[in-house]
Design a protein around this ligand. Structure first.
Ligand code: HEC
Length: 193
């Protein structure tokens, strides 16, 4: 009898674990999907603005569009954004988990891991509740150089200085880690009564 009870308890426990794993897999899939959508929409908006008026004009477009696109994708308990160790927009500043993850991505990249496969996830619980979190690395490419590279034209420099007086997001080389997409899903909230 005791063995039977134990078997039932173990079975329940493993079913529960399997459900949690499945849940995490679904969350990861959704987070990856959101990162891909954010990347695609930002790229399209950037491309249009660059074609319409060059990089200095595109800065204004980025300034308005980037936070707007991120907000539009932040539905159903998800929060979507970008972060970096060298910031242009100070509101994108990383929290502790994001900062440590970005440092880890830097190390992994330096030891040969391809940037495209750099991602991390965790489940966090504190007094505010429980959250699932996911980050995906953003490497820098040729098209990014006009606004994040080492030789930035004067009109771009002055457009940047006007909007981002504390800009630190320059001097990158192609292949560097620019930052990461960062997604959070609130799983449960502890609301104060
Ligand atoms: C036309 C200029 C321009 C180009 C080209 C450009 N960016 Fe940016 N980037 C900006 C601006 C402006 C912001 C600040 C947006 C905001 O206010 O949220 C920014 C912000 C970012 C951020 C958010 C972190 C932060 O520092 O605030 C990341 C990540 C980023 N860019 C990556 C890239 C990548 C990768 C490319 C190339 C695919 C790229 N950018 C090309 C202008 C540009």
């Amino acid at each position: 009898m005791r063995k039977l009870i134990l078997a039932i308890i173990l079975l329940q426990f493993s079913t529960q674990l399997a459900a949690e794993n499945e849940n995490t897999a679904q969350l990861e899939e959704k987070a990856q999907n959101l990162a891909a959508q954010l990347a695609m929409q930002l790229k399209a908006r950037l491309q249009n603005a660059m074609e319409a008026g060059g990089p200095a004009h595109a800065i204004t477009a980025c300034n308005v569009s980037a936070p707007q696109i991120a907000e539009e994708l932040s539905t159903g308990g998800w929060q979507v954004g970008r972060t970096s160790l060298k910031l242009r927009n100070p509101t994108n500043n990383p929290d502790e988990w994001e900062r440590l993850t970005l440092l880890e991505f830097e190390q992994q990249l330096a030891s040969g891991t391809p940037a495209a496969s750099l991602h991390a996830s965790t489940v966090e619980t504190d007094e505010e509740g429980t959250r699932y979190r996911y980050m995906k690395a953003i490497p820098i490419g040729g098209v990014c150089m006009a606004c994040h590279g080492e030789a930035i034209s004067e009109d771009v420099q002055s457009a940047l200085a006007e909007k981002y007086p504390q800009d630190a997001a320059i001097d990158y080389k192609p292949g560097d880690l620019r930052g990461a997409f960062t997604m959070t899903k609130i799983l449960s909230e502890d609301r104060p009564d």
